[in-house]
Ligand binder design. Structure first.
Ligand SMILES: C[S@@+](CC[C@H](N)C(=O)[O-])C[C@H]1O[C@@H](n2cnc3c(N)ncnc32)[C@H](O)[C@@H]1O
Length: 370
């Protein structure tokens, strides 16, 4: 399933995007095992302080690794190139479509807004311009949305890319069945892929969403309205928003922490606590891995993602002690575990437990009550 705001790809653009997707899949599934073998041969063994970093460094002298990691980076650049061509060609049409969106929700942009350094210094996933860019109209949002769907290789809800939002809704339904939120807030909403499923799950609630980029937010607002969801989008910093204390019943993030900084993670948790009414619930969803449980090769991959795909906080976010951080932020009855991805129409099939079933099958979740 798709939605009206998604930039359409022509025959040739589709072919190019599918080529990039297939080339990335080939690099990950067919070539990567050879790299893993080389890494295992370089392993200094147990007892070494930071084996993964030692192997990662040694790999940089291996021609096979240099070639493979270079191709990995080149395909990511190619991905954005191919999506940009298709977005740029129809930018005016997308702006017009945005202006024709049903009058649902709202958009509030800040007059003078400073994008956090960690988003400005390194454009995450190599997306040209980054999340904070105030590109004309809805361009940057259109780039992020179509690029995100291609990047996820279609495994996170296809072109709706709504798997994370559905997992948050499933977590609330299974772990907090008594909750009937009147006001919901997403911190770090991007193009709104995750907040729309929440607005749909709780149609009686007033739903808000915050992010840093004007163009991304313009797009998110039009996208949600075309999907029939009334969401109020606000340009603000998730670490310290303009909302009053105790103004929401649910505050959530989805895949935000690993794109921030170690300090920002704690501040966003504290902010989510400040914004909740007594009895309200915060849900923070992340990639379904814990760094310490990863094998050596997956830890090496974390280094590659950090340095060549601009994911600076990936290791910090996947090794953070969320129970301690949530407690320090003031939450009670903190839960930490994995929520099954919602794979069919029945959300109640998604359970919360201790084990991850793997990427795109589970999501790491921490939640707690105020
Ligand atoms: C990977 S995207 C996820 C978007 C959305 N939550 C989803 O699930 O589709 C991470 C988003 O977090 C936003 N973000 C990171 N730090 C932020 C901050 N301090 N304030 C607001 N947004 C932030 C980024 O701008 C980006 O849009």
């Amino acid at each position: 399933m798709s939605h009206p705001m998604l930039a359409n790809a022509s025959h040739d653009e589709t072919a190019e995007q599918l080529f990039v997707r297939d080339l990335q899949t080939w690099l990950y599934t067919e070539v990567e095992p050879h790299e893993r073998k080389i890494a295992e041969e370089l392993d200094p063994g147990l007892g070494h302080n930071d084996r993964a970093e030692a192997v990662y460094e040694a790999l940089h002298k291996e021609p096979a690794f240099i070639g493979w990691s270079g191709m990995r980076r080149a395909t990511q650049e190619l991905l954005w190139d191919s999506v940009w061509t298709c977005v740029d060609r129809q930018a005016e049409g997308l702006d017009a479509l945005a202006s024709e969106a049903p009058e649902l929700g709202s958009l509030t942009l800040a007059e003078d807004f400073a994008v956090p350094d960690y988003l400005e210094d390194a454009h995450v996933h190599l997306m040209p311009g980054g999340y904070g860019l105030d590109a004309e109209g809805v361009r940057q949002g259109a780039l992020m949305d179509r690029g995100g769907a291609v990047y996820m290789l279609g495994r996170n809800g296809g072109f709706l890319n709504d798997g994370r939002g559905k997992a948050v809704a499933a977590h609330l339904a299974c772990c907090y069945p008594d909750l009937a939120p009147e006001r919901i807030l997403e911190l770090g909403c991007g193009v709104g892929s995750s907040v729309v499923p929440l607005a749909q799950a709780y149609p009686e609630a007033e739903t808000y969403a915050v992010d840093v980029g004007a163009s991304v937010l313009r797009y998110a607002h039009a996208r949600a309205a075309h999907l029939g969801a009334a969401v109020h989008f606000v340009q603000d910093d998730a670490e310290s928003t303009r909302f009053e204390d105790e103004s929401f019943d649910v505050v959530f993030t989805a895949a935000v922490m690993h794109e921030t900084s170690p300090e920002a993670i704690g501040r966003i948790l504290t902010e989510s606590h400040r914004l909740l009414r007594k009895g309200g619930v915060a849900v923070h969803l992340e990639v379904p891995v814990r760094y310490e449980r990863l094998d050596l090769w997956s830890q090496v991959i974390a280094g590659i993602e950090r340095d060549y795909n601009n994911e600076p906080a990936w290791k910090d976010a996947t090794s953070a002690d969320y129970e301690a951080l949530m407690n320090a932020a003031g939450f009670e009855a903190v839960k930490v575990g994995f929520q099954d991805a919602v794979l069919g129409p029945d959300m109640s099939a998604s359970k919360f437990g201790d084990e991850s079933k793997g990427v795109f099958l589970s999501w790491f979740v921490t939640s707690g009550r105020k």
